[in-house]
Ligand binder design. Structure first.
Ligand SMILES: [Zn+2]
Length: 178
């Protein structure tokens, strides 16, 4: 019979912006708090998964996001142009009528269309699921106190998610940065 465990309070501090949003379209930051519920069978040693192992896997996934600017690689409203400026590798980031210039090392590209809490939680779910096929997860990402987005598998999104996990697994492991 499946049981569940939960890890709460993993913190990632990042900047982002949401294109077209009246306030959040300006560059700003959050201390994101991540919690992960794991559902699965308990093994002979009494574990679904060792907390310390799970924590390390999550920290490895989110480390490229920490203290960086999160940028949605697949946004139709943003154009990215890598360039070297005075010997410094940077990206020109055109967002409608705005231009940001950011150092490459300060950026974390994510394979999503917008860096909302909803899509960040879905991204983290997919990364975990590609690691642990036999377990189920509910991933929540909190932007501010009392405001969070979460993602878990259900009957409506199952076909899409299993396809995405297969695609993600066939790509390189270090998806978060490029
Ligand atoms: Zn925000």
């Amino acid at each position: 019979m499946p049981q569940r465990i939960e890890i709460k309070g993993l913190k990632v501090s990042s900047s982002h912006f949401l294109v077209g949003h009246p306030k959040c379209s300006r560059l700003h930051g959050h201390n994101y708090y991540i919690s992960v519920v794991v559902i699965g069978p308990v093994d002979k040693k009494g574990f679904i998964i060792d907390f310390s192992v799970l924590k390390k896997v999550i920290l490895d996934i989110v480390e490229p996001m920490d203290h960086r600017v999160l940028l949605p690689k697949f946004s139709p409203d943003i154009t990215y142009s890598p360039i070297e400026l005075s010997g410094c590798p940077v990206y020109y980031i055109f967002v409608r009528k705005k231009l940001y210039v950011l150092p490459v090392e300060d950026i974390c590209f994510l394979p999503i269309v917008a860096t909302t809490a909803e899509l960040l939680s879905k991204y983290l779910y997919l990364r975990l699921k590609s690691f642990y096929h036999n377990l189920e997860f509910k991933v929540s990402v909190s932007e501010t106190k009392g405001a969070s987005g979460s993602f878990e598998l259900d009957d409506d999104n199952m076909a899409e998610i299993l396809g995405l996990v297969r695609t993600l697994k066939s790509k390189t492991k270090g998806v978060a940065t490029s």
